[in-house]
Write a protein that binds this ligand. Structure first.
Ligand code: ATP
Ligand code: MG
Length: 376
């Protein structure tokens, strides 16, 4: 018997409440609650009313997944995935609009040549647009099938009929389910679509890659709603006007989350950078003033980056502090240390700090501190 219950969900963070609220207690967003109908099935009986039986398996008899890892052929991607794509796994690739998600994943589809059919489902671009990109990227895999659809029930049917080895969903925010009244891209839709894709693909050992847009707060359609459902979460980041991109692993059930992959966006696609330091400091002149090479860690890989600093007398009462590619609070901390310990009077100076090449040093951990201690 199905029971229907009404709840209110925050479209920004997924906070649930039995009544409508003006301000979300979870993320402090105003006017973000919308009504959602939940249907719970309490009937656990089989066809004739008898109870379903479940049978646990001996763990030692379960086939190990590690043997079923496929190398993607893109070294930097393999590094982040922990050695390759695990068969039947669900990977979420997030990133800001236009950062290169579709490009990277299409290149991955090409590398899957000989591994079986690849189903590329796009709710954003037409077949012609994808073909245009495929031609630019020199894609040769003849087993890529394109499906321009956004209705999840039709997508499920197509997956079950084609039984591909790899499914790409580009992007999760464009897909919708009829059974949920809210618009495509809302937390409940995204959650429902992901769980339905997961059910179909995991049941048939199909590897799935879901592409998701990151909101301005840096979350994929409401924070954390997808991250716990999927096996691996990768974020593609970089500065829009620089060509370098970093692929970061935020969660990985089959590998370390300490690895990052580096790419350069070129006209023929994402080209992996195996020695990032050589590229990042290649354009530096000999000993320019206000510039220094700093050693930092990105994942398990040491990285040499160029850091530029500039100070000018401030014309305002409150001097400006501008940090690009590095945590603002870390800049203010450095200024405080320089004032207190080195005796530099920076109180009347505007200070600008810039990491060259658009790389963002986000994880300002003890490792980064080591980098800075070299700098002092
Ligand atoms: N001919 C080209 N040469 C170099 N870079 C290009 C070329 N054509 C497109 N690009 C780059 O590719 C980017 C778009 O890549 P892609 O469509 O893979 O990104 P995306 O993250 O999937 O974007 P969206 O959010 O629109 O889906 C553009 O921002 C542009 O910088
Ligand atoms: Mg795209």
């Amino acid at each position: 018997m199905a029971k229907t219950k009404t709840i209110f969900v925050c479209s920004s963070c997924g906070y649930e409440s039995p009544k409508w609220l003006g301000k979300c207690p979870g993320c402090n967003e105003w006017n973000s609650f919308y009504e959602e109908k939940l249907t719970s099935h309490t009937d656990v009986g089989g066809k004739n009313g008898e109870k379903k039986k479940v049978a646990p398996k001996l763990l030692k008899e379960v086939e190990g997944k590690d043997a079923l890892r496929t190398h993607t052929g893109i070294g930097e991607l393999d590094r982040v995935l922990g050695g390759g794509l695990v068969k039947g796994s669900l990977v979420l690739v997030g990133g800001e609009p236009g950062i290169g998600k579709s490009t990277l994943i299409l290149q991955l589809c090409d590398k899957m040549q000989g591994e079986g059919k690849v189903l590329y489902i796009s709710g954003e671009e037409s077949a012609e647009q994808i073909k245009l990109r495929a031609d630019r990227l020199n894609i040769h895999n003849d087993d890529i099938l394109f499906l321009g659809e956004t209705d999840i029930s039709l997508i499920e049917d197509a997956i079950l009929e084609i039984k591909p080895k790899l499914v790409i969903v580009d992007s999760i925010q464009t897909m919708y389910s009829d059974e949920i009244s809210s618009a495509a891209g809302t937390v409940s839709q995204v959650r429902e679509i992901t769980s339905r894709i997961m059910r179909v693909c995991k049941g048939n050992e199909i590897t799935t890659i879901i592409i998701g847009h990151v909101t301005k707060e840096g979350n994929i359609a409401g924070p954390r709603v997808l991250e716990h459902m999927v096996d691996t979460v990768l974020y593609l980041e970089g500065e829009r006007y620089f060509s370098y991109r970093i692929l970061r692993s935020v969660k990985n059930r089959f590998g370390s989350t300490n690895e990052v992959g580096m790419f350069e966006m070129q006209s023929e696609g994402m080209v992996e950078i195996t020695n990032p330091s050589s590229v990042l400091i290649s354009e530096r002149e000999d000993n320019p003033s206000g510039s220094i090479i700093v050693a930092t860690m990105e994942g398990t890989r040491p990285l040499l980056i160029e850091l530029q600093a500039l100070t000018t007398p401030s014309v305002f009462g409150l001097p400006r502090r501008t940090a690009n590619g590095i945590d603002y609070n870390r800049l203010t901390l450095l200024v405080a240390v320089l004032e207190k310990r080195a005796g530099l009077a920076l109180g009347s100076q505007d200070i600008y700090l810039n990491v060259v090449s658009g790389i963002k040093i986000r994880r300002a951990s003890s490792r980064l501190r080591n980098g800075f201690s070299m700098w002092f």
